[in-house]
Design a binder for this molecule. Sequence first.
Ligand code: NAP
Length: 324
Amino acid sequence: MRKVRVLIIGSGPAGLTAAIYTSRAQLSTVVVTGKQLGGQIATTHDVDNFPGFPDGITGPELAERIKAQSERFGAEYDYDIVTEVDFTKGSPFYVKTQNTEYLADAVIVTIGATPRKLNIPGEEEYTGRGVSWCATCDGFFFRGKEIIVVGGGDSALQEAIFLTKFCTEVTVVHRRDTLRASVALQKRAMENERIKFVYDTVIDEIHGADGKVNAVTLRNVKTDATEKRDIAGVFIFVGYDPNSGIFGTQLKTDDLGYFIVDDFMRTSVEGVFAGGEIHDNYFRQAITASGQGAAAALSTVNWLGERERQLQDLGETPLAATGD
Ligand code: NAP
């Protein structure tokens, strides 16, 4: 059983930034990274709006830089996945990963959200063979080809614009006749000659041959007319679901599964804090997640200090503080 003062679950901008603050406050800190360091920014090509990088920076590089900054103060990284948590008994909290059991005086949950699927025939079968959720990872494979981007939000348009670096034509398929994306992104996408829009339309099925996507069935939701269209790839950007499943009912969530936190980033369990897209379904920016991670960490530092004073008055020591 490894004992730490602060365990951070998730290594997106929120978790990485929280690690800077808690380790700099001299609290032993371990970040359980999840599948990949950086979370969603690991699959973001150009981060153009994170302050301090006038020429932009790639997502993976930004993650590595924040990690390095936290390591300077002693934060440690565990490249593992959390499989079980027990918050029912209060602090110290039990957290199990695939390889380690932790006991942590405080926990900061920055586990983020996962891109949604369409749940249509062919989607799973052709994942990684023409169906993708990551333009940065897979765009290059579609050089000189025609592809579809599904969705009408900021992600769909931003990624559609990026994909025109590789693809001859990018068709944005949106289920309504009005885009959800910001006006600025809409303008940029509409000015791009390689981007076409198909409105009021959904994909009913993704088809393939020889293990690769080669067509989709499109359906107009107003007329119900269907059309089979030859296409090399389908990129899906239809929103996100919070990764709150592992916590069961231990932490309060809203109807969509996002954690409910107060202004101090406190969850419904004392000593468990949260930041980033696990509670924020609105801003969803690397910089806002970073800010929320910093706030969660500051609240954690304050809460641990207060708790330590109370335990000292009782002649006790915080359990995890007794070290590894
Ligand atoms: P989003 O804003 O929730 O948009 C999701 C899009 O997918 C919507 O157009 C939605 O259609 C469509 N959709 C949802 N389920 C669908 C389904 N089953 N089939 C077909 N279409 C479906 O998600 P997002 O674009 O990922 O953005 C999430 C948040 O991150 C937003 O707050 C956004 O502003 C922010 N963000 C910002 C930037 C930026 O500032 N550069 C970049 C990326 C994301 P409806 O419109 O009909 O609901």
